[in-house]
Design a protein around this ligand. Structure first.
Ligand code: SF4
Ligand code: SF4
Length: 352
């Protein structure tokens, strides 16, 4: 269970206004995989801000009212100081860290205090997964990481990216992990719109990944909506699935983008942007001075009209914004929290 000091601090921040709720910190640009739908590995950068600078940045995010932080990259677990960073972050935020499955089993001690470790795994078929990840052995390492973390009592979840390549097995993959009592949530394949001066690129355009079979996608969404009603292990919210379904069927967005409003992105150099495709607009250390500025309000208005991406995390952050969005989220996730609590009790009784 979360320590009560952390819960109190989260509650105090949730009442702060104006505030941002989610931060995603792409804390390294280094990656050891070669995924076919990603451009991070083609454009790596060895420059990173130091451990102390990251901690200072986390203090600033906490003061701004951020409640939830996601560490991604590159592969964040490739940083030697990741244990220290995660310990620091976990005391202040609901903390999630992503791994492509290659590092988590080797970094168990660094992961003990985080709220969620997300292992990305795109298929139950070993060959297909390794093809998508671009490296042999990826599937075995991911499965080993999932098993190891579960045995260690760490909150591990699985996060496949839904694309045309695995669309027809997403439901089976979901049922497989539900049966193993392992939470599952999703990314949705998208590629970057080429804004000039974007902070960096992630999604690479790849025809193989683009979803052509829209009816099949709607059926998958409907099945996930059904599975989430009967299972405690499907973590994507109803609001997010409903919004995606409506977008697929009609091309209309039921949300306004909340970039630089309810969410912000920080990169490995400590630069801040509304989303990774938009230009960096501040250093994290200058954020307190500019967060309430007229210039930022102008950017928020501009981003709220933007329709250039459908990255699922940004849709989720936009839908679950403000106090009502958080209350929706809490209601939605309540049964998942109960399942987690039961898991913790079981782990404690078995000695973890
Ligand atoms: S998707 Fe993640 S694991 Fe794959 S190359 Fe990109 S950053 Fe690395
Ligand atoms: S819709 Fe929002 S998150 Fe997506 S590119 Fe535009 S500003 Fe960025």
């Amino acid at each position: 269970m979360m320590p009560s000091t952390k819960v109190l601090s989260l509650l105090r921040r949730s009442l702060k206004s104006p505030r941002t709720y989610h931060a995603q910190w792409m804390i390294t640009r280094k990656c050891n995989y070669r995924c076919r739908g990603c451009s991070v590995w083609t454009d790596q950068d060895s420059v990173e801000i130091s451990t102390d600078e990251v901690k200072k940045g986390l203090d600033i995010l906490s003061e701004l009212g951020v409640l939830e932080i996601v560490f991604s990259g590159g592969n964040p677990l490739l940083r030697n100081d990741i244990g220290e960073i995660l310990d620091y972050a976990s005391k202040r935020f609901i903390t999630t860290v992503y791994d492509n499955g290659s590092m988590a089993a080797k970094k168990v001690d660094a992961l003990r205090n985080v709220d969620f470790v997300a292992i990305s795994l795109d298929s139950l078929e070993e060959q297909k997964n390794d093809y998508l990840k671009g490296v042999p052995g990826a599937w075995k390492r991911a499965m080993n990481s999932i098993d190891t973390l579960k045995e260690e009592g760490i909150h591990v979840g699985v996060s496949p990216t839904i694309s045309q390549v695995n669309l027809h097995e997403i439901v089976d993959l979901t049922k497989y992990f539900i049966n193993r009592q392992i939470p599952i949530w999703y990314c949705f394949y998208w590629y970057d719109y080429p804004f000039e001066d974007g902070m960096f690129s992630i999604g690479k355009e790849n025809d193989e990944y683009k979803i052509r079979d829209k009816d099949a996608l709607v059926s998958v969404i409907d099945e996930l909506l059904r599975l989430r009603e009967e299972s405690e292990y499907v973590y994507i919210t109803k609001k997010t699935l409903d919004a995606l379904r409506h977008l697929v069927l009609t091309g209309e967005r039921t949300w306004k983008c909340k970039a630089l409003d309810s969410f912000l992105i920080v990169d490995h150099r400590g630069r801040v942007a509304g989303c990774h495709s938009r230009e960096p607009v501040a250093s994290i250390f200058d954020l307190p001075d500019v967060w309430k500025s007229a210039e930022f309000d102008k950017l928020r208005k501009q981003y709220s009209q933007c329709t250039k991406c459908a990255y699922l995390c940004y849709i989720f952050y936009s839908l679950h914004s403000g106090l009502s969005g958080i209350l929706d989220l809490l209601r939605d996730q309540w049964k998942n929290a109960r399942a987690l609590f039961r898991e913790e009790q079981k782990a404690k009784m078995s000695g973890f």
